[in-house]
Design a protein around this ligand. Structure first.
Ligand code: SF4
Length: 355
């Protein structure tokens, strides 16, 4: 009997140990960068509430991120950030001379197969942080080099945290333009949460072609949802002002994809029909095959004539406020590597030149 009890005790002890180990390694509670979820102060209930049955983006997963469940974006309710730095690769009215204070969040709700930032959007590189820690870092950048704005990059799945960051910045007397740099696949109700918080929106309009949106982002509803989101953004802040540093408004971005020029032409036509020729648009040619995708036509850089065809169409439609980002195909200054603390060589070079 005694031997039986000893075996039972041994079994129970073993079971408890296994439970502790399982808690640390199962996906739902996976520690990030060696730090367990509860090691950090929990955010306030106001921040946490929208994560309880998460419908922050059009995926509307309904998962409880507060207890570690994850939806399409792959992130729990713990704030995780991959990089915070002064960025010099945005359009001139955004980067200015001192840079834009970019905050790159881990995870993404759109998860495009070709994502240029795949290390963070698909593979979740990043570290757990808190609102005060993030504001400390932004304050540091504000002191030097003196960033022109705060630039939340792909923040859709962390919107409540971004609102808390802005509140804390204001509490500390830092009133910088607040910029939301988004995939365009945004929930209208979530955008309403940003009314009075967002000064500038920098949304993509990636697809006019629903089949392409399905193939590359599993989001056949992207064209209409992104258009509705744009209407809401323009309603809130209008078109981008340029003074020469922007303080308010919407600037739409479109990255031209190799082999899919018709998608770009249709995207421009759609934007023109909805907003007219005064809508500021940034046409980008810097696509690079960051990782192999199933579509063979996309495993190469964009050809010069493809980009020129799209630019000519924008001119023909009469868009008056075009930003055109041409690259020579060899420029890797703004191809990121998020395994480094400072992912962009171009930013390092810019800061060094100032010293
Ligand atoms: S933010 Fe994430 S969990 Fe929430 S609805 Fe979107 S993809 Fe799903």
């Amino acid at each position: 009997m005694a031997a039986g009890r000893r075996s039972l005790c041994l079994l129970l002890t073993l079971f408890s140990v296994l439970r502790v180990i399982a808690k640390k390694v199962l996906p739902g509670d996976k520690p990030v960068c060696g730090v367990a979820m509860n090691a950090f102060p929990q955010p306030s209930p106001v921040i946490v509430e929208p994560y309880r049955s998460c419908r922050l983006c059009p995926r509307r997963c309904g998962v409880n991120r507060v207890v570690g469940e994850r939806g399409v974006c792959g992130e729990s309710a713990e704030l995780r950030v991959a990089a915070v730095e002064a960025h010099y690769g945005e359009e001139p009215p955004i980067s200015g001379v001192h840079g834009s204070g970019t905050v790159f969040f881990s995870g993404c709700s759109l998860r495009c197969a070709f994502c240029q930032n795949y290390q963070i959007s698909l593979f979740h590189t990043g570290k757990v942080t808190t609102v005060p820690q993030l504001v400390d870092r932004l304050e540091e950048l504000y002191r030097s080099p003196g960033i022109h704005n705060v630039n939340f990059v792909t923040p859709d799945h962390f919107l409540p945290h971004t609102v808390a960051v802005v509140e804390e910045l204001h509490r500390r007397g830092l009133r910088l333009p607040i910029l939301y740099n988004m995939s365009g696949y945004a929930e209208k109700d979530s955008l309403k949460m940003l009314q009075g918080v967002a000064d500038i929106y920098l949304p993509d309009y990636k697809y006019a072609d629903a089949d392409l949106a399905r193939a590359l982002s599993h989001a056949p509803d992207y064209p209409q949802i992104a258009l509705d989101a744009l209407v809401e953004m323009v309603r809130q802040v209008g078109f981008l002002d340029e003074r020469p540093i922007a303080e308010r408004g919407v600037l739409v971005r479109h990255l031209v994809l190799p082999g899919h020029i018709q998608n770009s032409l249709d995207a421009l036509t759609t934007l023109f029909l909805e907003f007219g020729r005064d809508l500021p648009i940034s046409l980008m040619s810097q696509y690079w095959p960051a990782r192999p995708v199933k579509q063979p036509e996309m495993n190469r850089r964009l050809a010069r004539n493809e980009f020129e065809t799209v630019c000519e169409h924008a001119d023909a439609l009469g868009f008056r406020r075009l930003f055109v980002q041409r690259t020579d195909g060899n420029d890797d200054d703004f191809l990121p590597d998020f395994r480094r603390e400072r992912p962009f060589k171009g930013n390092i070079r810019n800061t060094d030149n100032k010293d």
